[in-house]
Write a protein that binds this ligand. Structure first.
Ligand code: TRP
Length: 480
């Protein structure tokens, strides 16, 4: 029995290795021929997983859960992933694969309706905003890689870790250096194709990230605050559910699944005609959720053990994890490995966001791939320089009481992405209609998908109404 179990684990690991190899191959295809289709099933799945799994799971999910009451947030989050997330993934896959165009071109090709044909612009706008803060956090992972290499991440108290992160993130030059370095690396990969080295390394990175998260979970569960941490994350208290918790959970679900910003549309435009869309959507949603929950199980026991406030916000992971690492033998090595993996996960996500805008510039302005990549990288650098400086030097520059970094995060996850998703679902439910949708999702009836009818129903009625209600209640217009 045990031997059987061992083999099944080895088999699964081997499968995930292959998958990530294909993922990287996918990026290569994207970068060398923008209309290439992708041959392997695994590649399609893991290209999408590569986009979905990133800082959203390890950085954003824990701090949103921490700020929104833990268990209640998780419960609503899970509902959002399964009730809205999977149907919306399928909706974006439909739009991308049926047209083989980037977000803007796709809607224009699908409809002459003046409103819906412009829906793609909303996606490009969201992606631009995301490029203003996401790479900043990705840059922070570089700082932590550096700190691990120089051995500076051990022997500090919890307050000292917190103070040193605060000092770093609000300083001017270091975060800027890292964010620019990160975007240049992204640029090199998108512009030049993926070299063999990166390709080979990446085959191992993602499964290793997963394994490391599991190991860190085990370590975290042995801490004295484990019980409290798990209770915080898993104990569901219905009275904690407020409209703002629901909006945050929904926004997080969309963010984590890369939805509502044209990203999955753009990726699906590279899918082949035989890609099994329902299976891809299910696997993406499951893996993405699993990794987010694992990150939560790592973070919260440590939060309670080391007396860190779960409501910290964006600092949470960067203050909590070093505490765990410094308690491990060879802590610097652990933290080095972890932040390298996190940087890679962030890289595959940033590539996907960058690609939304690059595909737009390339298709709409008829620029070469190289030129459009450069234009987007320059724009991303400008935006993220402002995003980074807004945490210190430009802290007084606020929009709605939020600094630029927070405002861009808020505008995307809580306004643009849910709004984008709402319009896409209305478009598919009411303009495209059930017949065409079911036909595409089942590859013309060749793939079995028993829930196709249900998905069409959700997209027509449930998603628009639910997203609309959540919005209105957050704005205080209705009270649920
Ligand atoms: N989903 C990614 C994460 O969790 C981030 C991401 C990639 C994204 N592409 C996106 C977010 C498009 C919104 C839209 O880290």
């Amino acid at each position: 029995m045990q031997i059987y179990y061992f083999f099944s684990v080895v088999q699964k690991l081997a499968a995930s290795f292959c998958i990530f190899a294909c993922e990287i191959k996918f990026f290569w295809l994207v970068t060398t021929d923008s209309r290439a289709t992708f041959g392997s099933k695994f590649g399609v799945i893991l290209a999408s997983v590569g986009s979905a799994v990133g800082l959203g799971n390890v950085w954003r999910f824990p701090y949103e859960a921490g700020a929104n009451g833990g268990g209640a947030f998780l419960a609503v989050y899970l509902c959002c992933v399964f009730v809205l997330g999977i149907p919306m993934l399928l909706a974006e896959f439909y739009v991308g694969r049926a047209t083989h165009r980037g977000a803007v071109g796709a809607f224009r090709k699908l409809t002459g309706n003046p409103f819906f044909s412009r829906l793609g612009y909303l996606g490009v706008l969201s992606s631009l905003f995301i490029l203003g803060f996401y790479p900043v956090v990705a840059g922070w992972t570089f700082e932590y890689i550096w700190q691990s290499l120089t051995g500076n991440l051990t022997g500090l108290t919890s307050e000292e870790f917190s103070a040193s992160f605060g000092a770093f993130s609000s300083s001017v030059w270091r975060p800027l250096l890292w964010v620019v370095a990160f975007l240049l690396l992204t640029h090199l990969i998108i512009a030049g194709g993926v070299q063999k080295g990166i390709e080979r390394c990446s085959k191992m990175m993602m499964p290793v990230l997963f394994v490391m998260l599991v190991v860190l979970c085990i370590r975290s569960l042995m801490l004295s605050g484990a019980r409290e941490g798990l209770e915080f994350l898993f104990k569901f208290n219905p009275s904690d559910i407020h409209p703002s918790v629901v909006l945050s959970a929904m926004g997080q679900a969309f963010f984590s699944l890369s939805l509502g910003a044209g990203c999955m549309i753009t990726y699906a435009s590279y899918f082949g005609q035989s890609t099994d869309l329902p299976r891809t959507a299910k696997v993406v949603a499951l893996l993405d959720t699993l990794i987010a929950v694992l990150a939560g199980v790592v973070i919260f026991p440590a939060v309670f053990t080391f007396g860190i406030a779960p409501t910290q916000g964006p600092n949470l992971v960067f203050v909590t994890l070093p505490n765990i690492f410094s308690q491990l033998p060879m802590g610097n090595l652990w933290s080095l490995l972890f932040f390298v993996l996190l940087a890679i996960a962030a890289l595959t996500s940033v590539i996907s966001i960058h690609q939304v805008v690059t595909a737009y510039v390339e298709e709409e302005f008829r620029l070469s791939h190289a030129k459009s990549t450069t234009v987007v990288t320059v724009v991303a650098i400008v935006l993220s320089v402002f995003g980074s400086l807004s945490l210190g030097l430009l802290g007084n520059l606020t929009i709605g009481g939020m600094c630029l970094f927070d405002a861009m995060d808020y505008a995307t996850a809580k306004i643009l992405m849910p709004l984008g998703s709402m319009f896409i679902s209305i478009f598919l439910g009411w303009k495209i209609g059930r017949t065409k949708l079911v036909d595409e999702l089942t590859n013309g009836g060749t793939v079995r998908f028993r829930m196709a009818g249900l998905i069409a129903f959700v997209l027509k009625y449930v998603a628009p109404i639910l997203i609309g209600l959540i919005f209105l209640s957050e704005l205080g217009i209705i009270i649920i």
